[in-house]
Each structure stands twice: as structure tokens, then as C-alpha cells.
Design a protein around this ligand. Sequence first.
Ligand SMILES: Nc1ncnc2c1ncn2[C@@H]1O[C@H](COP(=O)(O)OP(=O)(O)OP(=O)(O)O)[C@@H](O)[C@H]1O
Ligand SMILES: [Mg+2]
Length: 568
Amino acid sequence: MTAPSNAFAQPSISDLATFAKAVDYSLMDRLTPDPDGTSDGNDHNTRQVFSGHYVRVKPTAMGHAEYISHSQALFAQLGIADALVHDNGFKQLFSGDLSQAPTPMVRYGWATGYALSIYGTEYTQQCPFRTGNGYGDGRAMSVFEGVFSGKRYEMQLKGGGPTAYCRGGDGRAVLRSSVREFLAQEYMHALGVPSARSLTLYVSKSETAARPWYSPNSYSANPDIMVDNPVAISTRVASSFLRVGQIELFARRARVNAHDNARLELTAIVAHLIEREYQSEIDPSLAFHQQIIELAKSFRKRLSQLVAHWLRVGFCQGNFNSDNCQAGGLTLDYGPFGFCELFDPDFQPWTGGGQHFAFLNQPAAAEANFHMFWLALRTLLAQDQQAIEQLDEVRSGFKVEMQQQCQSMWAAKLGLSEFPQQLFSQLMPLMTQTKLDYTIFFRELSHIPSDIGSLKKSFYQATSAVLDQQWQHWLDQWLDLLANEKQDLDTIKINMQLTNPKYTWREWLVAPAYEQAKQGDYSLIEELKQVFNDPYSEQEQAIEEKYYRLKPDHFFNAGGISHYSCSS
Ligand SMILES: Nc1ncnc2c1ncn2[C@@H]1O[C@H](COP(=O)(O)OP(=O)(O)OP(=O)(O)O)[C@@H](O)[C@H]1O
Ligand SMILES: [Mg+2]
């Protein structure tokens, strides 16, 4: 007998370390660590960070970590063996203990500072020092970088304990918000929406954190009790976690010459952003000011496409500040988010977020973030009038680009090759007046019915004969437009069903998953993961009966389901 091949051996954390070997650290070395911070990573107290791109910080491991879930889809995409999730070293790392990480992994994490703008207004008062120098990753820290199939990814713990930017917070995330973020990131990816991804989710069996939340059956707008929830650490994965707010922070410092290296630090972070997120689009041999203009153009396009996707799938980010706006065009920070069930242009699940971040206001919110991005880049072009003019043109073209992306998205939702201005302007008020379910409506429409019978499945209330007539009239006009399309109806149907998901995020169906997880039962998380993994397909009948449903009456206005004011 020959010895068993070690191809079947249990993979270990050393296998993950091999991906880190491919990392070109010279890219990272261009960024500067905080010169005043502790280099050993024991830097957990709120303080001002005056310069440098990151602070080293060791995560604080959770007591008695228990595995909840991982994303098989992401493991497969990265080329990591699924069985690695059973390795103890792997679990240790992604539940916050870096002490055994093998070389060339580093045994500290890194947190970054960022600035905050809300709807285009610079804020500093959020920071306890009123200077903006205390604001950044308060509970997020990256712990690993690797090159997987030629692409570089960063892995970041969320809830891994306090950092210099924690502003007095505990640095933890609770199970509830971690389950939501873990599931939502992978769901968005399956929907085809650019997003940070989920690697793993672990919960502590011994540590809890109290957060304001809602008592059972509460209809209160604000949380009415404090609830102890187990703490959890989820790991998210992205090409980078660079945010518009981060570029802004260095631009603000450069503008006022906050220190000798302020301008250099801004140049370095922008070069880093190009390298991490735009390498395939921006020619590195271009002069740097030309690269900056290309960067603005590329980001404008990605951001507009991202928001058009959000509208397509009914997603509302809820708090689309510059610090929650990832600079490569990915969705980031799934705390205050929600998905529109009953169609409402003003849908906003996060009570702290304000109407300017509501569902159909997101294109304007994106523009405010783009404005801050443009301002930051402009700082770098101070002496170059011609380049400034070019950059300003990119800025002024935002509305048109956003409108084009949205119009082609609405056309695709309606199975049309061109945006039907008149039909669309009739549709929006009809949808609002009728009180219908956004997902079910467009999915039923994707079957191209000849009368409105099946569309009524999506209506939350009975309609009058007059309204029915208006719908039928609208439908007839739409069918006429379809008949003029080059493609046949069967092809249009298929494309519409790939644009309009069957399965959406329904908070009242997700809440039981985190509630049961609190009791140690993770089966519903797995079920949701499966359903969300294939949102455009017709799934089994039992799944359809459970998940393709209108929101029951008693969940309307229910605290923690229809709205929430705490997202952490
Ligand atoms: N429990 C906490 N301890 C320390 N800092 C926190 C905590 N909760 C939130 N923060 C920090 O407060 C700021 C605002 O929080 P917000 O809810 O936008 O972000 P988040 O959900 O923690 O993170 P991210 O944007 O990284 O997904 C962030 O800088 C965040 O790191
Ligand atoms: Mg955030």
C-alpha cells in the first residue's frame, strides 16, 4: 500500500499564508504607519491620530468563539479549500487571535482613519476631539492580504475590538448586526451588485454587549430597551476598504498643511487607490495628473452603476455618507440598510439616516459623495489650471452619467432596449398609489402577462375599478412597446427574470435567523444563505411559499423590522 497522498490532508492556516507570499509589500510600504502609535499593535484607547495612513492594532480575541457560517461561494472564488474552515488556526485568526499566525502573515491588524461628510458637508464634531483626528475604523481592522488567482484581496474583521478610533466604543459588533451583514453581502453579490464579500462569521459563547433595541412587538420609532446580545466577529473581503472619507481626510490635511508630509500622504493614498481599484483601467505610464482625471471618470461611472443596481434590487443603504462610500464602487457597511418591500420612493429603514438617504434619493446622495471625492482630488491639482478644468468637467457630468445609468437600468427592468420616458412617468405614480410589493411586482411583470390579474399578487390592498383600468391601460401600452422590440418575447422574459429577482431580503424573515442563532441554532442562517445564493431562479415550492410573499400586516411599523435606529 502506498501512503495516502497529502492532497487529502486537512488544510491548515499555512495554506492561507501561501496566498500572502504573493503579496508585493512594496505597495503597502508606500503607505505610512502612524509615527506616534505603538508599533506592537497594543493601541486600543481613543486618541488623536495626526498623520500616517494606518495604525497597527491587534484584534481583541472573543472568548469561546464558535463557528456559525462561512461563504462557500467566496472560498471557491478565492481558491481556498472549503475544509480550511475546520482548521483551528483559521478559526483563531478570524475570531480575532493573531498570536499564532504563520509567516509571512503579520501578527497585527491595521485600522485606518477617515473623515466624514454628510451629504456634502464636512463634519469634525463627530470626533471626540472636534478635530477629525479621532475618526476612523473604530471596530474594523484588516488582518490579511493575499493574491488569489492574480487578484489582490484584503480581509477585514468587523467587531475585532477597540482601535485608536473607537471613540470610547467597545469595538464589538453584536450577533444581530453581524448576521445581517454576513448574509447581505453575499446576497448582493449573488444579485450581481458590486459589494464587499463575507468570508466567515463567529460568535462568542461567553461575551455579550448591550445595545439599544426594541422590545418584542414594539412599534416605537426609537429603541425602547437595552438588549444583551452575544458579540460576533465577521470577516469581510474586498479589493480594498478605501473610502471616499479616507481620501477626504488626507485632502483636508493637505489643504491646511497640517504637517510637513500632508501633501505627500495625499498623493500616496490616491496612488494607492489607483493601484488597488483601478489598475485595469488606468494606464500607469500616464502623467499623475492625467491618472487623477481618469480616476475621477472611472469612479463616476462605477458609483453611478452601483446606485443604479441598488435601485434595481430595492436596496437602500440608509446612511450613504462619504465614510460609507467605498472608493472602488463597492457596497460597504451593511448596518442601516434595508430592502424596499412595499414600494415607497421615500423608503428609509434607518431612523437616524434622514430622507436625503431614502431609496430614490440615493442618486443625489451619491452625487454629494462624488462631490467630496472631486474636491479631494482637486487639492492635488492646485497648480495645474488645465487639469483642473478637465477634472471639473468630470464633476459637472455626474448628473448626466447617473441619469443614463438609471434610465438603462429601468429600461432593462421593463424588458426594453430604450428608456420609455412617457410610460415610466406613468408607472411611478401608479406604483406608489397602488401600494405594491416592489420585488413581486417586477417579477410578475417579467412573465409578460396580458392582463393585470397576476400583477395583483403584488398589491397590498384591493384596488378600485378605476385604478385597475389605469393599470390595464398602462400594461397595454407596455405590451405595444415590447412588440416593437427586436428580440422575441421569450428572450425578453428570460432577460427580465435575470434583472428582476424573485427572492428579496425581507427583514421579518431574516430576524428569526439572528434570534435563533442567539439560542445556538444556525439552521435558518444556512437556509437563508441558500435562498439568497440564487435569487433569480425559481426555487422549490416550499421556498417559494415561504419567501415569495407579501409582508404581513403586523410587521408594518414594527420596531427592529420596518425600521431601526441602532445598526451596530
Ligand atoms: N461598538 C463600536 N466600537 C467602536 N467604534 C464603533 C462601534 N460601532 C461603530 N463604531 C464606529 O463608529 C463609526 C460609525 O459607525 P458605522 O455604523 O457607520 O460603521 P460600522 O458599521 O461600524 O462600520 P463600517 O462602515 O466599517 O462597516 C465607524 O467609524 C465605526 O467604526
Ligand atoms: Mg460605517
